[in-house]
Design a protein around this ligand. Structure first.
Ligand SMILES: Cc1ncc(COP(=O)(O)O)c(C=O)c1O
Length: 368
């Protein structure tokens, strides 16, 4: 008999499937790495801001020392930007870390976690990792059905995950809907409002989630430096919540979960509003470029508020995987979303204008 370790609920986990790395696609398909275009992981096509790069290079000199375990400078920058005390901030190794910390801090085996169908894959993983029971609420128009989610909260529910905008569908919940939801949630249920794509929202869609944190002690807002700030490879995110939540997250996080270079780069990036504006503008233009092409090609897509678009490539359940491989052969990496229960769809991240153009050209060939 072969040895088995750990609890059943850990063995049942299907590992996270990320976007394929460029080097792997080059090897697999015999392509030149330099010619491959990756639009698979919702990264910033501009790369990192120059300000962050300079800050990192400076931080290299001190790399023999441990990072500041409390991340004072980075928390200062967040404090200045969001007007919250340092005691309300948890730093994470990417915002993924914040999501996992929340599951570890608040959910015991057998207790339930509520999240939406087609919402970010890590909610399921974080729930499973702690032996939680997932209550997956059917999506409405590919987005969160907050009324149904409020009703789905059970006696043993400890945590709710909401992504706004949502990945992989790009859907958006207006502020009034979220506020109405927060009013309905029992006070002892923690709500994680995951705003990984917040910086891409147009000014008229922006809302003040930190004001809700002041009002609702059970709310944890999660943000990332991986998307609009262009620091995905460094792994920095943060949570904002009142001390009753933040104190617990900080007890169980690794003491040095955000490394020195990441802390330095994040401070610079947070203060680099010019880069943020440039990223948002590039994204809005790219969204128009892609959706104009989809419209012209008669391709159905879900209107997106993030830096990616979910579009439909066929009516059979092999379509997403098939079109994905055909695009890979042409050196274009996108994200098939069969693992999300969307086998007829593909998610494409918004790239530079020439990358979007190359993707559209390849897609036309593949679908012809
Ligand atoms: C909705 C959402 N939340 C969180 C994350 C995690 O990103 P990171 O760990 O890089 O901050 C992602 C990444 O794709 C995401 O799409």
């Amino acid at each position: 008999m072969s040895l088995q370790f750990g609890p059943d609920y850990v063995r049942a986990i299907a590992p996270y499937q990320g976007g394929k790395p460029i080097a792997e696609v080059a090897r697999e398909f015999g392509l030149d790495e330099a010619k491959i275009i990756k639009l698979a992981s919702n990264e910033n096509p501009l790369g990192m801001p120059e300000s962050a790069k300079q800050a990192m290079l400076k931080a290299v000199a001190d790399i023999g020392r441990y990072p500041d375990a409390n991340g004072f400078d980075l928390k200062q920058a967040i404090t200045a930007k969001y007007d919250v005390p340092q005691e309300w901030i948890t730093l994470g190794n990417g915002s993924n870390d914040i999501l996992e910390l929340a599951a570890h801090a608040f959910v015991q085996p057998g207790q339930s976690v509520v999240y939406a169908q087609y919402s970010f894959a890590v909610y399921a993983l974080a729930t499973q990792a702690v032996g939680g029971r997932a209550i997956v609420v059917a999506a409405r128009d590919y987005g969160h059905d907050l009324d149904a989610m409020a009703k789905a909260i059970d006696k043993d529910t400890k945590l709710v995950f909401i992504a706004n905008p949502n990945n992989p569908t790009g859907t958006f919940l207006p502020a009034a809907d979220i506020e109405a939801f927060l009013k309905k949630v029992p006070q002892d249920v923690v709500v994680v409002l995951d705003e990984a794509y917040n910086e891409y929202l147009a000014p008229e869609q922006q809302y003040d989630s930190v004001a809700w944190v002041r009002q609702y002690p059970n709310l944890l807002v999660s943000r990332t430096m991986s998307k609009a700030y262009g620091l995905a490879g460094l792994r920095v995110g943060f949570g904002i919540a009142q001390p009753a939540i933040t104190d617990l997250l900080n007890r169980i996080r690794q003491p040095f979960n955000v490394n020195s270079m990441a802390q330095a780069a994040a401070v610079a990036a947070l203060n680099d509003t010019a880069f943020l504006q440039k990223s948002a503008k590039l994204n809005a233009d790219g969204y128009r470029q892609l959706t104009t092409a989809f419209d012209a090609m008669g391709i159905e897509y879900v209107p997106s508020y993030g830096n990616f678009v979910l579009f439909k490539v066929g009516n059979d359940d092999g379509a997403g995987a098939r079109v994905n491989v055909a695009l890979l052969k042409r050196g274009i990496i996108v994200r098939p979303v069969g693992n999300y229960g969307l086998p007829q769809w593909i998610r494409v991240s918004i790239g530079l204008p020439e990358e979007n153009e190359a993707f559209i050209g390849a897609l036309k060939q593949v679908l012809a």
